[in-house]
Write a protein that binds this ligand. Structure first.
Ligand SMILES: Cc1cc2nc3c(=O)[nH]c(=O)nc-3n(C[C@H](O)[C@H](O)[C@H](O)COP(=O)(O)OP(=O)(O)OC[C@H]3O[C@@H](n4cnc5c(N)ncnc54)[C@H](O)[C@@H]3O)c2cc1C
Length: 389
């Protein structure tokens, strides 16, 4: 006979671990299934703002981070004129993501969630529009579990989204490739470095995030072409950083940069995190947005279970959209506008905008102030500002 739970959460990433914790904390039974044997196997550059720990509702401890970040250096195609972004609002961390996720897992398990690793969901049974049962493989054995609510926090390629009929028409992935490199010689190790331009990373960007004084996450996201050749070219063109360095780990994956999908709740199923496209499109930052989505969706799932009424979950999208949904859609607008700009435009943009402007644009924050500043520059006003207001 199938085991029965109030909720099943698929995926132990930032989104699922938050959702499972929130639901279990309210006294409901939660089965959490993760296909990998370890946390944080998926490639990630691991950068978060300081506020990510607030969203995670755990204290910052040395063991959970590799490095502190004091700001960013953003390089337009003309690399000599980098925009420096620093100050208390721009501090953050390069996480030790596997350990960070294990700290989130500790909270979920302490709240009562039944976390099972090496358990891959293979099929979802639907009955009259409701999801009723999942079938998962654990150590070569197929098992079933029944539930009242299903949470799809299973990231890119979500089986929950596909099997439960979610509309994925706006879902778009940017391919990425990243190396973890040792013996790097990157100056200002507490500043993250971002490189833009059609030659460097067509419709994307390259990043260098130092983990410590000799080790860095070096990666690239590009649109519509394979990322690896661009990453190799970027590394070869920076012998001052990487001339004696060696890639010790490589990985990649798609980052959902097409904005949040139209519906994130369907009858008794909710999606959160990458599975729902809840990523800041221009930066590809999804750790904090996904944790926030897991947290908000988990609260609404618990409300629905308390009320015995699944329609209570419909509050999740609007609650999430008040802050995060709006930031995601504004950042998507900027991405679309920047995609149409030439390298010369990007160079001009780099000289017109301050560091604060760049961050606000990328994150979909204080949009009007930056756009009106651009209006004072006739060429950029035509190409960018008019699309933002
Ligand atoms: C190269 C790269 C660099 C990035 N850098 C950053 C960064 O610096 N900062 C940032 O904020 N974001 C970054 N991101 C994005 C960030 O990693 C994601 O947005 C975030 O991890 C999403 O969290 P999630 O919980 O929704 O999904 P995921 O982290 O993908 O977790 C989903 C989990 O579900 C599991 N799963 C999937 N299918 C099944 C199944 N059928 N059964 C059971 N389990 C399943 C997976 O194994 C995985 O553990 C980066 C992404 C990439 C690809």
């Amino acid at each position: 006979m199938a085991a029965r739970y109030d909720a099943v959460v698929v995926g132990a990433g930032p989104a699922g671990l938050m959702a499972a914790r929130k639901i279990a904390k309210r006294g409901f039974t939660v089965l959490m299934l993760e296909k990998d044997r370890d946390f944080g196997v998926r490639t990630c550059a691991e950068a978060v703002s300081e506020t990510a720990f607030k969203t995670a509702e755990i204290p910052v401890t040395q063991s959970l981070i590799s490095n502190t970040v004091e700001g960013a250096l953003v390089f337009p195609p003309n690399e000599s004129k980098g925009v420096r972004i620093a100050g208390e609002h721009y501090r953050g961390y390069i996480l030790n993501k596997p350990l960070f996720l294990s700290a989130l897992a500790k909270e979920a398990v302490a709240a009562g969630a039944d976390l099972q690793m090496r358990s891959e969901v293979k099929a979802i049974t639907m009955d009259g529009g409701n999801a009723t049962k999942i079938t998962y493989e654990q150590k070569g054995e197929l098992k079933d579990a029944e539930f009242k609510v299903l949470v799809g926090a299973d990231g890119v390629g979500s089986i929950v989204a596909k099997s439960c009929g979610f509309d994925l028409s706006g879902y778009a992935l940017i391919p990425t490739m990243q190396y973890v490199m040792v013996n790097c010689n990157v100056p200002e190790g507490h500043m993250i470095r971002i490189y833009m331009g059609r030659e460097v990373a067509p419709l994307g960007y390259a990043w260098v995030f130092s983990k410590n004084e000799f080790m860095a996450n070096v990666g690239i996201g590009v649109r519509g072409r394979p990322a690896k050749p661009y990453l190799d070219k970027f590394i070869a063109s920076h012998p001052e950083f990487f001339g004696k360095a060696k890639a010790v780990k490589e990985g990649g994956g798609g980052v959902p940069c097409g904005g949040q999908i139209r519906e994130v709740v369907r009858s008794n199923v909710v999606l959160c995190g990458d599975s729902a496209g809840q990523v800041i499109p221009i930066t590809g930052g999804g750790i904090r947005t996904s944790m926030a989505a897991g947290s908000v969706s988990g609260d609404f799932v618990a409300k629905a279970l308390e009320a015995g009424d699944m329609s209570a979950m419909s509050g999740y999208p609007s609650s999430y959209s008040d802050y995060w949904g709006s930031r995601i859609s504004k950042s998507l607008k900027v991405l679309r506008a920047i995609e149409e700009m030439s390298d010369d435009d990007l160079n001009t943009l780099g000289s017109v905008l301050s560091g604060e402007d760049v961050v606000d644009l990328a994150n979909g924050l204080d949009f009007k102030r930056v756009a009106s500043k651009l209006m004072m520059h006739p060429v950029l006003a035509m190409k960018l500002a008019s699309k933002l207001i």
